[in-house]
Write a protein that binds this ligand. Structure first.
Ligand SMILES: [Cu+2]
Length: 196
């Protein structure tokens, strides 16, 4: 019995190390996440194309990256405690494109649908219409993070999911507050930083 426990501990430690390498950054509470632990509620403000202007301003930079608060392609994960209410204020900060926000399952790049539809929304959580809200519009998206696991927060507009318009979303048991973690290995050095 003791030996099994020891092996389990070793395996757990190895997993922890691997997770540490993959995550790289330290969890933090950005200015756009507000925790209300007494109410088991978190308010999150997400701006689509938050960094569009800065990205266009710089030379030699990809201009086709679409982002949420300056993050894209899973280079940030928002982590919320299980069974908390999540109140997202979604703002389309783009100068030119429609965007939307939807909770979906995790997709490998190769299996991403060309376009997400309302049926892809976990817990029915998406901003309506899925094709996106107009520039400078905002929507409130409220849902309960009812099941621990890994998800995406993705844009359901046209091919935006495939184009990288998604970030990670994790629901975790035994967590005391919502936070975020930046995956430095997925965040090119030449890119302007995301929203602090
Ligand atoms: Cu989009």
């Amino acid at each position: 019995m003791a030996r099994y426990a020891h092996i389990a501990l070793l395996a757990f430690t190895a997993l922890g190390l691997l997770a540490g390498i993959a995550l790289a950054g330290k969890p933090f509470v950005p200015s756009w996440i507000k925790n209300f632990p007494a109410d088991k509620t978190v308010a999150i403000e997400i701006v689509a194309d938050w960094n569009q202007v800065e990205r266009y301003r710089r030379d030699n930079i990809r201009t086709d990256i679409i982002d949420f608060n300056g993050y894209w392609g899973g280079n940030l994960t928002i982590i919320v405690p299980a069974n908390w209410s999540v109140e997202v204020t979604f703002i389309n900060g783009s100068l030119s494109f429609r965007h939307s926000l939807m909770v979906t399952r995790v997709f490998a790049q190769s299996e991403m649908p060309v376009k997400l539809t309302a049926k892809d929304a976990i817990w029915g959580a998406y901003t309506d219409p899925p094709e996106g809200i107009k520039t400078n519009e905002r929507r409130q998206l409220n849902f309960v993070a009812q099941q621990a696991g890994n998800y995406f927060l993705a844009c359901a507009r046209q091919t935006h999911l495939m184009d990288g318009h998604w970030i990670g979303f994790e629901v975790r048991d035994n967590l005391e507050r919502a936070e975020a973690v930046i995956h430095d290995n997925k965040f090119p050095q030449d890119q302007p930083a995301g929203r602090p």
